[in-house]
Design a protein around this ligand. Structure first.
Ligand SMILES: [Zn+2]
Length: 155
């Protein structure tokens, strides 16, 4: 059961894009370079046709941060874009809810529950502040442990 109020309070990247950037077009393409899920030039956002729905909304949220900062994907801007998008997409109550429903769940399972891609969830977990960590521990009766994120740091 999902609380409707909770759903409505959630961040909607597509709605944000449409309302704030109505002139930006989104184009699905299978011509992006390998390992490039999305691109934008300030007028057009290209999304890879390989992305599922959760990945598309994650990339749109990420790209909105770049648009707000008037920058393209660059090493310096990636951390900010990833962090901001992750915080917008995954509120702490959502994260607590995911852990309560999937104790010791894999990052794949948790990301699916949160309707984001694994990259976004991994970044959210990697940037939890101490108060959020304490909240998670409290609401999961101390059973909370961060899932194994694999060896690669996503930057
Ligand atoms: Zn980027």
């Amino acid at each position: 059961m999902t609380n409707v109020d909770t759903l409505d309070a959630r961040y909607h990247p597509w709605r944000h894009l449409g309302q704030r950037y109505p002139n930006i077009r989104v184009i699905y393409t299978d011509h992006l370079p390998a390992k490039t899920p999305a691109r934008h030039d300030g007028r057009i956002i290209w999304l890879s046709t390989d992305l599922d729905q959760a990945a598309r909304r994650s990339r749109i949220a990420h790209t909105i941060v770049h648009l707000q900062q008037h920058q393209h994907c660059s090493p310096g801007g990636e951390f900010v874009a990833d962090t901001t998008a992750a915080y917008r997409l995954i509120g702490l109550p959502d994260l607590i809810d995911a852990y309560q429903r999937h104790p010791h769940g894999s990052i794949t399972k948790l990301a699916a529950h949160l309707w984001v891609d694994e990259h976004t969830l991994a970044h959210r977990l990697a940037t939890l502040d101490p108060i959020e960590t304490a909240e998670l521990e409290h609401h999961t009766n101390g059973t909370w442990t961060p899932p194994t994120l694999g060896s690669g740091n996503s930057r």
